[in-house]
Design a protein around this ligand. Structure first.
Ligand code: NAI
Ligand code: COI
Ligand code: MG
Length: 357
């Protein structure tokens, strides 16, 4: 019996989480394993209910669980709080840091039946694409110190620090090369070594680690070129190895290439394979409460949880296949439907995936 901490969070989080739990329930019946769920507040809802974005009780629940299934946090209601009290900075980043979830895996591939939802020309995606963004998640500019704000008037200034330790680059690089070994054996490291000293070290260390993996090809790209190459020819990429901020940006871009932000799952894992599983997108305040969000990113994140933290590969594969079969049947939420009059809602998409499973 594995215990799952369910942190649905804000905006569309609870809506898509309900569907992921439905799919996990169906997978348990089919594959004969047992999960227990315990729900806790995180993010804006936790600020409203407990006065802080990451209550101690939520953190304790996560510590006592086998994995965390996370929705999303943040939204306009909490945007005017002091920055260090806002859901993203006071809950999401501390959770990642607390559990040392340095390895963020964000797989983006175009489903055959969704090539029409990809914003690229048909001739560019005729060969499809299958990219794994391996993003460093607990360091870089999101965590570097000092960060702050000082002075006033025209001299007022604000600053953040981008810093990486050699050991941090080494461990995420190894994850990228290991992942590439079971894929198409190519790592493209994304940096800005022509301008940033941190990225000079990044490139040096990635190049050194590559020597441990002579069977894997290594290429380096500056991030500006990489974002351009991604829309010019996504098929050229296998594993994209990125620091925290560049991976954040590249993964949103690759999500849209698959057809929608609502399709991109992610796993945030530590060295012991403990993980938090979360859609790559956010709380989507523009569609929250309407019941129309695409639950697939949350459902595929749940599948990643079964695979990476619970060793239930067959069940994870079955969920992946059920999602693909559902899309093949032409069941689309509004974000991926070419003809919006045929779009189904969040719940109907979840039901269709359960039926396919
Ligand atoms: N992991 C997390 O909890 C994250 C939280 N955020 C927070 O979420 C809030 C909104 O951020 P945005 O920049 O608007 O990014 P967002 O990812 O929430 O939304 C961007 C666009 O993608 C669409 N979208 C996202 N998920 C979707 C889904 N499942 N189905 C259909 N459409 C979907 C939204 O409707 C919106 O048009 C902010 O407070 C932000 O800080 C943003 C990213 C990650
Ligand atoms: C608070 C942000 C770092 C969350 C985000 O945009 C992400 O992880 O993709
Ligand atoms: Mg992001």
């Amino acid at each position: 019996m594995s215990k799952i901490a369910i942190l649905a969070g804000d905006g569309i989080g609870p809506e898509v989480m309900d569907e992921a739990i439905k799919v996990l329930d169906a997978a348990q019946k089919k594959f004969d394993f047992a999960l227990t769920y315990e729900h806790a507040d995180v993010g804006g809802i936790a600020i409203d209910n407990h006065g802080e974005a990451l209550p101690a009780s939520t953190l304790t629940l996560c510590e006592n669980s086998d994995a965390i299934l996370f929705g999303s946090v943040g939204g306009p209601k909490w945007e005017n709080l002091p920055p260090d009290q806002q859901p993203e900075r006071a809950a999401l980043l501390p959770l990642r840091k607390h559990f040392d979830l340095f390895c963020n895996l964000r797989p983006a591939r175009v489903f055959k039946s969704l090539t029409g939802a990809c914003p690229l020309r048909a001739d560019i995606i005729k060969d499809g694409f299958d990219i794994l963004c391996v993003r460093e998640l607990t360091s870089g500019i999101y965590f570097g110190t000092p960060k702050g704000r000082e002075g006033e008037g025209p001299d007022e200034r604000a600053y953040d620090t981008m810093a990486y330790k050699r050991s941090e680059i080494e461990r995420i690089s190894r994850k990228a090369f290991e992942a590439a070994r079971s894929r198409r054996k190519k790592v493209t490291s994304i940096d800005k070594a022509n301008v940033l000293t941190t990225m000079v070290l990044w490139r040096e260390v990635v190049t050194e680690i590559a020597k441990e993996y002579p069977d894997v090809e290594l290429a380096h790209l500056y991030v500006d070129n990489a974002t351009m190459q991604l829309v010019r020819d996504p098929h050229q990429f296998d594993v994209m190895l990125c620091g925290n901020m560049f991976g954040d940006i590249i993964s949103d871009e690759s999500a849209m290439l698959t057809g929608s932000m609502g399709l991109l799952a992610s796993a945030s894992i530590n060295q012991e394979s403990f993980g938090m599983y979360e859609p790559a997108g956010g709380s989507a305040p523009d569609i929250a409460g309407k019941g129309i969000a695409n639950p697939i990113a949350q459902i595929l994140s749940a599948a990643m949880m079964l695979r990476h933290s619970l060793g239930l590969d067959a069940a994870a594969d079955a969920i992946d296949n059920a999602v693909e079969a559902t899309l093949d049947k032409g069941v689309y939420t509004a974000d991926i439907a070419i003809d919006s009059s045929t779009a189904v809602n969040t719940k109907a998409m979840g039901d269709a995936i359960v039926a396919a499973l």
